[in-house]
Ligand binder design. Sequence first.
Ligand code: ASP
Length: 439
Amino acid sequence: MKKVVKFGGSSLASADQFRKVGKIIREDESRRYVVPSAPGKRFSSDTKVTDMLYQCYEAAAGEKAYKPMLEKIQARYDEIIQGLGLNLSLKDEFDKISEMFTNKAGSEYAASRGEYLNGIVMANYLGFEFVDAATVIFFNEDGSLNGEKTNEMLRERLKATEYAVIPGFYGALEDGTVKTFSRGGSDITGSLVAKAITADLYENWTDVPGFLVADPRIINNPEVIETITYRELRELSYMGASVLHEDAIFPVRKEGIPINIRNTNAPEQKGTMIVESTCRSPKFTITGIAGKKGFASINIDKAMMNSEIGFGRKVLGVFEDNGISFEHMPSGIDTMTIFVHQAEFVDKEQQVIAGIHRAVQPDVVELESDLALVAVVGRGMRATRGTAGRIFSALAHARVNVKMIDQGSSELNIIVGVKNADFETAIRAIYDIFVTAQL
Ligand code: ASP
């Protein structure tokens, strides 16, 4: 059994957190490849080391005093090293970093040092080998990941290494220049390592109990999803539920490697398993609810629209020409509605309206703003009759007016459009009927 274990920043923010992580790793000898993030927040008003590094480098690049900030960063690591009683000094590393800052090595190099240094500390603490991510993770000149080379290099390098620490978040270009993923990218590193060594499991340790059925800012203490499929996860993540970096799914999904989201602060809990497919029926009819505010709809009316071949294409062409992507497109016999992100659309609304007039000569074009979309997602809905009915009766009871309904043909999700102001009420009503009522 081989497991890749990735630990997020808050799991590694202090010596105490490191100890919890050490215990988790030592408890199971199949936890062989460790991917750490940079130290995160120790308390809510604290600053993540990654953010300190960006700020520090900005000062260096602007030729302002940056050393005091760099010393503060060094103090964060020293506190961990001393707290763990390690015989390790990062002085040479910090001298090198300081020199690179003076030479304007770039903000990505700067940010990557958070993971790099934490990897050194972690390897020392665990007695594992340190593998610099810049030697095994590769990017193309255009900034995209060079997946093939990365996979090969990681596989080769780790073949001979039974226990290793590979820092998250960064890699290098062909010429060795350090490059980072987007924020939260250590999740991707973990996924790439899991793929390269064909891990049995990718454990992603964080500070939440798992993937939650609904947003805890809206629902008090929501249930944890025990098992979720990659497709369900994609639907929910797209709608704003976030635990994992979106790009972390693809490498492991292709290999059929499950991801287990776990809580470093409660390792006895099972967390959430993310799998390709499962026979396990979900605990509730729905797997999760997520949503987003800030949509606008463009309603187009035209008599006899139904018989006009190419109508939809011409309308969508207007959006394409204006560089606007659309979210949903419910239609009736003589009506068609396009949902777009309001922020993307406002500046171009008049061009779009004019474009639609020119393209299809509609009778009326109407705009509606401040809409929200709520996605109710669940593989269990396919086998259950009446799910849609229950959603709509719950919304009606909560006095929420439904503006749009869209059920994907996969029957994996039902999306409803409501007013922004009704967003939270809608989510609570749906959660109550499917989850609270069934506990
Ligand atoms: N430390 C980086 C960040 O704060 C990457 C990560 O934690 O995954 O975004």
